[in-house]
Design a protein. Sequence first.
Length: 318
Amino acid sequence: MAASHQLLRVCDPDALGVPADWPLRAASRGVTLGAMRWHVQQMGSGPPCLLLHGTGASTHTFRDLAPLLAAHFTLLMPDLPGHGFTDACGDASPSLDNMARAVRGLMTALEFEPEVVIGHSAGAAVATNLVLGERHRVQHLCGLNGAFFPFNEGVGALFSGAARLFSIVPGLPRLLTLKARDMDAVTHLMRSTGSEIDARGVALYATLLRDPHRVKEVLRMMGHWDLSRLVPDMVAAEQAGILPRVHLLIGDRDRTVPPTQAEKIQSLIPSATLDVFAGLGHLAHEEAPARTAGCLLAHCERRHVTPGSATQPSESAT
């Protein structure tokens, strides 16, 4: 059944188990489409903007960035299927196509047509698939340390295969969640991305990692993804003149997604623009939210999307 014909029901975030102290909880609500329940956050005013988080995260990753953007845009931030407080994709595999299809259904049901789509890490791949799969009025596609290329060699290939194996081994996700009860281990995991985030941020990731169901769904997603066609499809769309303006923002200390990926995309898509944050890692938008917001706003202004009129955040804020 088409998503637009599904009955949309709204519920309190309590029904989804969203903690009372979860970041930006006042903007949270539960949305049910068919048998699937979503946790979404909506806030701000101005041109519509969709924000998509990365693997193993949730809307919490935008806790400091979103209020800065909300002064200029109307934001929609969902927890992706199987992440945060959103249900998994049901019987469908958590592939890139199915993730993007689910987000597209949510947007249709909410009658939300973004002019700007921003994705972090794997969220950038979902955002790109979404934009390429169906032409909305999207004018800008922004990747924050975006994961656009497949893990096809070395540790990356091993990690993808291991994720597929781990997701089907009974009890293994629960063993991994027990490790997440050690805050030192979670802190080390966050630092392994090349980023230094505050204790509150580490604690939020730990909350997610301590749920074996969430961990299993994240591993399933990683094991089912195929990014082999994503960049070629972007290049084809660029050549056909139908690719939105692409802006890439990377931290040069990213240990999760090599910064060279963004440089390669820029070489393949000449119209793409690139900002490099020196000294920041994979979670650069959490380390420096004001700098990130400033770059995104400047890009949209240069490319003729007119954000709201509030004063842009100062670099000194971070």
